[in-house]
Design a protein around this ligand. Structure first.
Ligand code: AMP
Length: 251
């Protein structure tokens, strides 16, 4: 039986199917009463860790989420997918990548994990920074955009998608891996597993318990909707098209 432990970072984000609305004061997007789900790349990260556990290569999978109390729903989904226990780092507002990286680095050390899985990016802020920053803070090797993960004793082999092809890296554990779309197809949490997950433990912590500084050097100045696209027009013939293009000064 393997002794490896995996920590998986799961972010609660606005569901990908929701039409995002910007707040009238441009301070952010409307989140109240809006459906949230686990960030899709984090689902892939959970799936990968759970598969390694099912292959008996990993002993324990811990899911962690940082944010308000509703993050516990996201952790419950990870538990229903097969994670063993959860950690909720209770912070009032959504944190930036560096603050989350500080929390994850502390937890990775505290929990003595060998593998830290993250999504390659969160679909709300599209930062694609947290995994890299966490690896930097821990001084652990990192493989981002993983499309295949193979454990080889005290090393992990990762195939990653790069421009024009695939790159294969071998990292010494402990290591950070961020997951890309083609790594796997995450399972759905079934009802019996959702019921079982209710009995699994979620530990709640404050950032202060970890001694992590959550101050940020960034402030959001303004959030704006993308410009509205004007409706197109249909033309019947090529001549009409040419005439129309001339009319709008395109030819
Ligand atoms: P980002 O760098 O914001 O694009 O996020 C990349 C990944 O970092 C996500 O897919 C998560 O695995 C992790 N992450 C970011 N924010 C959080 C958070 N608040 N709680 C847990 N994990 C997070």
């Amino acid at each position: 039986m393997a002794e490896l432990r995996a920590l998986v970072a799961v972010k609660r984000v606005i569901d990908f199917a929701v039409k995002i609305r910007v707040k009238p004061d441009k301070s952010g997007v409307v989140t109240d009463g809006v459906k949230h789900s686990m960030n899709p790349f984090c689902e892939i990260a959970v799936e990968e860790a759970v598969r390694l556990k099912e292959k008996k290569l990993v002993k324990e999978v811990i899911a962690v989420s940082c944010g308000p109390s509703q993050c516990q729903e996201t952790i419950r989904t990870a538990l229903a997918m097969g994670a063993d226990r959860g950690i909720h780092v209770d912070v009032p507002e959504s944190l930036g990548p560096l603050q989350v990286a500080r929390v994850l680095a502390k937890l990775a050390e505290k929990e003595k994990v060998d593998l830290l899985f993250l999504g390659k990016q969160a679909i709300d802020d599209d930062c694609n920074q947290t995994g890299q920053m966490t690896a930097g803070l821990l001084d652990w090797p990192q493989a981002t955009f993983a499309s295949q993960v193979t454990l080889e004793g005290d090393k992990v082999k990762v195939e990653r998608e790069i421009d024009g092809g695939l790159e294969t890296l071998r990292l010494k554990l402990p290591a950070v891996v961020t997951t890309d779309l083609r790594l796997n197809e995450p399972r759905y949490a079934t009802l019996p597993n959702i019921m079982k997950a209710k009995k699994k433990k979620i530990e709640v912590m404050k950032a202060g318990d970890l001694g992590v500084d959550l101050t940020s050097k960034l402030s959001v100045i303004s959030v704006e909707e993308p410009p509205q696209r004007l409706a197109g027009v249909k033309v019947e013939t090529t001549e009409d098209l040419v005439a129309k293009l001339k009319e709008v000064g395109r030819i």
